[in-house]
Every structure is written in structure tokens, then in C-alpha cells.
Design a protein around this ligand. Structure first.
Ligand code: SF4
Length: 458
């Protein structure tokens, strides 16, 4: 089989056609698309739809990728991935579901491949202002597992493992195990250690919202889902909890084939409903290519539990940074009863310059999305201000110098008086701006002038 033969088996959507002006359609691929992968050509839907099989057959190494794709893999692709793995901070891990959503005939530009499989040829040098912990979570840790930054909300990180690893992960400092360029203290779920965290929440009645993230809740055991859900909802002052999982985008069969896990989630939702408390899932789908008839079936199962589902996407260059792709993705999510909630400007994390885009691009997309669908289905496009400023509306910057790619943001409620700075990728700046970043003293002077002016306006 040659790579160009794969193409016919993969459903094309606006997110797989650059610059597409295709009219929007509600299509959820119900074909046996995984059979395009030579290793899974004879696999039936029952096996493919088993979450255990999906987990056991994750593609985690170059030899496994070659085994799956067979003779069709060009040696140049193998070399490019090997080079990419020497630069990335995230290990390679794809479920067969998401691996077979890649259009291998067009792998250099494929929006799914770009999210999970690094190619050395596509990297750009890091921006000098990238940050290991761009959202300053470590500074706000109050227990080994709890980040408390906002007055009424806290972030519980019980696990730093996921069923897939995204090249652009904002917690690349800790999630997904060490790589050639980053050593990490990744941890699995240790339920015996969580009591200190529950005790902290009990002792802080101002905490109403608890986000359970990581890592991915999909890898928590059913008894851990119960332990976390029932412990937190049992605290009178906690009003809402949300489990963060990418599962609906990368392993939707978990929701239809792991009945024990779904029962645990359902029990937590019921416990919450009886106390008039919200239990939500926050998922992370970036393109409509991640959605298929498997997602539709998964959402039918989730809907029966009464759990609310919201989506948080990341705006990624060459993946979903076009109106048609975003519009189609958000419409399809809405059809599945998944509320498009946030679209994040890519965080300033290392080894991701090729995946980031500019504030201006995000702002233009935000303006086009507004009015293209119902307001409650239109995602809020935000910049999570580096250094802990929190989510700021994309057009709410205090100042923006597009030539050198710096924008200033304030956070009057969370951090009054403080100014936060976001930096556009240098390779996307106008020529003059790119040249300035090559001259250290000139760029320093220009940045200082910008910051002085911005701070004088606070
Ligand atoms: S699923 Fe979330 S936490 Fe896991 S690697 Fe992807 S972005 Fe990071």
C-alpha cells in the first residue's frame, strides 16, 4: 500500500482542507476508517470499540508506528519523527482511534498528525520569553496536588498521565514522562495522598469550583472517580466540579465500553444532582476531524447521565487557525450537546513555536466567529495571560505592538495593578520585527519603552 492510497479512506472535513470555503455539513464519519491502517485492516468494530484494546494498542514509539503503517512509511518520515522526538517535551502516544483519524496521504499538513507526532523539520527556535510553567501554577500550589489562584476556584491535579500526549501541552513540565530534552516528575493517581487536598478545600469555604485535571480523568479508576467526586461534592461549600478529559476527542469508546467507569461518573452526577450541584466534563477537541459517529454514541451515553459537557480548544497554527475549520468544529460540538466554551491562544510554552500564532490572528477569528452561530455556542477566545494573569478576552489587551509581537494584559480582579505580557512567535512577525529580535540591545530598548508605556496606563 502506498501512502496516497490512504487518502480515499479518510473523510475530508473543513479542518483537513486549508483555506476551505466548503459549506458547513453535519457529518459524523461512521465508516470503518481504521481499516486504512494496514495493521488494523481486519479489525472489526467490536474490537476497535473496546477501550481496553485502544489503551493496549496505543502508538508510543517509532517502531510501533512503522508496525502499524507497514511498508508504506517513507524512510524520510521515520527520520523526521526521530528528529522531532529529540526536540519535543512530550512523548509520542496516540490511541488507535486518533491515529487512524490522520490522513496519512497528507501527513505533513494533517491537523491530527500535527497535534501528536512531532516532525523535526517543522520546529522553530523557542521564543526567548517562553516559560516552563507559563501559567505560574507551581507558585500557587497549596498542597502537592492543588493549585489555588482564584478566590473561588481551585485546580486539583490527581494524575499527570494521559491516554494520548499532545505536542502543545501547557503542562509539558510534568505531564507524560521525561523526553530527550525535559526530565519530569510525572505521577500516577495516588488516592491515599489526596486527603490533605480535600481537607484544604473543607477549610476554605470560599472555594466553590473545583477543576479536576492533570493529566486526564479518563485514566482515573472508577473508585477514584467516586472518591474524588463524592468527597468534593460532600463539602457543603463546593457547588461545582468538573472532570477534565480529552476522551471524547481521542478515545470516545471509553464512554460506551467501560461501563464500570461510566457507572462511577453517573453515580457522582446523581449525588451532585440530589444536592443541586453541578458535575461537568470539560473536554478538549481542536478540530472536527476528531469527531466521528463514535463521538456521537459516546455523547448519547454521557447525555443520559445528565452531565454537562463543555469544550476547551487551543488555537494551533496549521491545525485549526481558519474560520471554516473552527466554525465547523464548534457547530458539530454544539450538535453533540458539547458547549464550545473557550478557544485559547496557545500558551507560551517551549518547543511549540511552530504551533503558536499571533494575538491578531486570534482576534480576527474571534470577530468572525461572533454572530456565525448562537451566542451560547460561540467560544470565548482568550489569552491565558502568562505568569498567572488568568483568562483575558482576546480583544481586551491594554496595548499591542504587532511589529515586535508584544501585548500587555491586566487582570484587575485577580491581580490588581500587575501587567502581564504575551509574545507572538517571532517567525510570524513582519520583517522589521524579526530583524529587531536579532539585535539584543535594540529589542531590549523597544520592549522597555513598550512596557513603560503600558504600565503607566494601569
Ligand atoms: S490531554 Fe491535556 S494534559 Fe494530556 S497531554 Fe494533552 S493537553 Fe496535556
Amino acid at each position: 500500500m502506498m501512502f496516497n492510497e490512504f487518502s480515499a479512506s479518510v473523510e475530508k472535513t473543513p479542518c483537513s482542507r486549508s483555506g476551505s470555503d466548503e459549506p458547513f455539513r453535519y457529518v459524523f464519519d461512521d465508516s470503518e476508517f481504521w481499516r486504512q491502517i494496514p495493521a488494523w485492516r481486519d479489525l472489526d468494530a467490536d474490537r476497535f470499540g473496546d477501550y481496553n484494546w485502544q489503551q493496549r494498542n496505543a502508538v508510543t514509539t517509532v517502531p510501533k508506528l512503522v508496525d502499524a503503517l507497514g511498508d508504506a512509511v517513507p524512510p524520510s518520515l521515520v527520520q523526521d519523527i526521530e528528529k522531532g522526538l529529540l526536540r519535543t517535551r512530550m512523548n509520542m502516544r496516540l490511541t488507535p482511534y486518533v491515529f487512524s483519524r490522520i490522513d496519512w496521504a497528507n501527513y505533513p499538513e494533517d491537523p491530527i498528525r500535527k497535534q501528536f507526532i512531532p516532525l523535526g523539520s517543522q520546529f522553530q527556535p523557542d521564543h526567548p520569553e517562553t516559560l516552563d510553567d507559563s501559567l505560574a501554577e507551581e507558585n500557587n500550589k497549596v498542597t502537592p496536588y492543588l493549585v489555588h489562584r482564584y478566590p473561588d476556584k481551585a485546580l486539583f491535579l490527581p494524575i499527570t498521565l494521559c491516554p494520548v500526549y499532545c505536542s502543545f501541552c501547557t503542562r509539558s513540565r510534568v505531564v507524560g514522562g521525561s523526553t530527550a530534552v525535559k526530565s519530569k516528575s510525572t505521577y500516577g493517581a495516588k488516592s491515599l495522598d489526596w486527603e490533605e487536598t480535600f481537607e484544604y478545600v473543607r477549610n476554605h469555604p470560599e472555594l466553590e469550583d473545583i477543576v479536576i485535571s492533570g493529566g486526564d480523568a479518563l485514566l482515573l479508576r472508577p473508585k477514584q472517580i467516586r472518591q474524588i467526586g463524592l468527597s468534593l461534592l460532600g463539602i457543603p461549600t463546593v457547588r461545582r466540579i468538573r472532570f477534565a478529559t480529552k476522551g471524547l476527542a481521542i478515545m470516545p469508546m471509553k464512554f460506551t465500553s467501560d461501563t464500570e467507569w461510566m457507572d462511577a461518573l453517573s453515580e457522582v452526577a446523581q449525588f451532585g444532582a440530589e444536592r443541586m450541584k453541578e458535575v461537568a466534563l470539560h473536554t478538549h477537541c481542536n478540530t472536527d476531524r476528531e469527531l466521528s459517529a463514535w463521538t456521537l454514541r459516546a455523547m448519547q451515553a454521557v447525555s443520559e447521565t445528565g452531565i454537562r459537557v463543555r469544550n476547551q480548544s487551543v488555537l494551533i497554527s496549521g491545525v485549526n487557525d481558519g474560520f471554516s475549520c473552527l466554525h465547523s468544529t464548534m457547530r458539530k460540538l454544539s450538535r453533540l450537546l458539547i458547549e464550545p466554551y473557550y478557544l485559547y491562544l496557545h500558551d507560551l510554552v517551549p518547543a511549540c513555536e511552530h504551533l503558536r500564532t499571533t494575538v491578531r490572528k486570534a482576534e480576527e477569528l474571534s470577530l468572525r466567529l461572533q454572530g456565525s452561530m448562537a451566542g451560547f455556542n460561540t467560544p470565548r477566545v482568550v489569552c491565558d495571560a502568562p505568569g498567572g494573569g488568568g483568562k483575558r478576552d482576546i480583544s481586551s489587551y491594554l496595548a499591542y505592538d504587532e511589529e515586535i509581537g508584544i501585548s500587555a494584559w491586566t487582570s484587575p480582579t485577580a491581580k490588581p495593578g500587575k501587567v502581564f505580557y504575551y509574545y507572538d512567535p517571532i517567525h510570524l512577525l513582519p520583517e522589521n520585527g524579526q530583524a529587531l529580535w536579532k539585535k539584543e540591545s535594540q529589542i531590549r530598548d523597544r520592549l522597555n519603552i513598550f512596557k513603560k508605556e503600558a504600565e503607566s496606563n494601569v
